[in-house]
Design a binder for this molecule. Structure first.
Ligand code: NAI
Length: 336
């Protein structure tokens, strides 16, 4: 089985689409992912309905021409259920509105591995469970679709009750618009998706914020102006260009776009931030993800009403750098 799928042949398409045609697709949630995936599937000829609480998202779905039902009604009507509400509310919504209404042989699709991997959602035995986890923000999914472009996703079969879950997985991946130029489906698992997703957040994504802050403190102590530092670090947009070059040319190959002095500096000093100690930290974080320690911590945090989380955010945004950023962004017209 190929790990990467960039396209389906006409023959494959005809075979796999048989498993979903004539079925009702209920998209539960019409936010970032829900709206884009629902519109793409509708444009690809599927019968799509929306399940949503009464709010601005439901209004948007109606405006876009969809029939909107309450979540429990949509769960009853749908043969295929896309669960596109925030991860942290899925367990409760499953408990209250979804689990008991799922028909035998239905298919549940998650856009992230988290809840199913940790057993936080109660999915009945009699249903298929799939994962189609986009590596793309919701808006991008619709925008690329309209431009005739695909996007990357991680896909997996969690449970094959009807014995055609694999066909449904490929057909639905096609239906949301993945198999267009530049799109790719990577065969994965709920475990892998959970690991790589959280490990990003628990290592470099968080670290970069605090490395920037440490840099700011050192440079300003040495007399650099806050404006020069903040522009240097992220406000100029150079970081965005580097990220784009990484995507297009490769992680290290993009170094060639920088001056020789810069390349030399990065290649000699960069490894200091990836020594054995750092690898140990990454490994410990990975273990906390796989053994459920982080998930447990986060569940407790949610149950406490986010007390610690809110405090951390407050503390982070009280730093003097934040005030300087605010001033700079006002001058640049990015903030009022
Ligand atoms: P979102 O935050 O845009 O969800 C909004 C939707 O959730 C709305 O339809 C709203 O009515 C509904 N909702 C909010 N609170 C609710 C409640 N208490 N009860 C019932 N419905 C409620 O969600 P988003 O970001 O689209 O995420 C959906 C799934 O997609 C998640 O599993 C997420 O991990 C995954 N995902 C999200 C990505 C993104 O770009 N945001 C990228 C890849 C995956």
């Amino acid at each position: 089985m190929d790990r990467l799928i960039t396209n389906l042949t006409e023959e494959q398409k005809q075979k796999v689409w048989k498993s979903i045609k004539d079925k009702t697709v209920a998209v539960i949630g019409y936010g970032n992912q829900g709206r884009s995936q629902a519109l793409n599937m509708h444009d690809n000829g599927l019968n799509v309905i929306i399940g949503n609480v009464k709010d601005k998202y439901a209004e948007q779905a109606e405006k876009d021409g969809f029939k909107v039902y309450s979540i429990d009604e949509a769960a009853k009507k749908g043969d295929i259920l896309f669960i596109l509400i925030p991860d942290e509310i899925q367990p409760k919504v499953f408990e209250q509105d979804i689990s008991k209404n799922i028909k035998e042989g239905s298919t549940i699709i998650f856009a992230s591995g988290y809840n199913y991997y940790y057993g936080l959602v109660n999915v009945p035995e009699k249903a298929n469970v799939l994962m189609i986890a986009p590596r793309m923000i919701g808006f991008g999914i619709r925008d690329l679709f309209l431009k005739g472009q695909g996007f990357p996703v991680l896909i997996a079969v969690g449970k094959d009750y009807t014995k055609d879950a694999e066909d449904q997985l490929l057909a639905l991946t096609d239906a949301i618009g993945v198999f267009k130029p530049n799109g790719v489906a990577v065969r994965s698992s709920f475990r892998e998706e959970t690991l790589v997703d959280l490990l990003t957040e628990h290592t470099w994504a968080g670290a970069i914020l605090y490395i920037f802050r440490a840099y700011y403190e050192v440079a300003t102590e040495l007399g650099a102006s806050p404006e020069a530092v903040i522009l240097e670090l992220y406000a100029s947009g150079e970081l965005e260009e580097i990220a784009r070059s990484m995507k297009e040319q490769g992680l290290f190959k993009q170094l060639k776009n920088h001056s020789r002095t810069s390349q030399y500096g990065q290649l000699t000093r960069g490894p200091k931030f990836a020594d054995e100690r750092i690898k140990e930290i990454i490994k410990n974080e990975a273990m906390d993800i796989l053994n459920g320690a982080f998930a447990k911590e986060w569940t407790l945090e949610m149950q406490s009403g986010f007390i610690h989380f809110n405090k951390l955010y407050e503390l982070a945004t009280e730093h003097p750098m934040e005030k300087e950023e605010e001033k700079l962004y006002r001058t640049l017209g990015r903030k009022k």
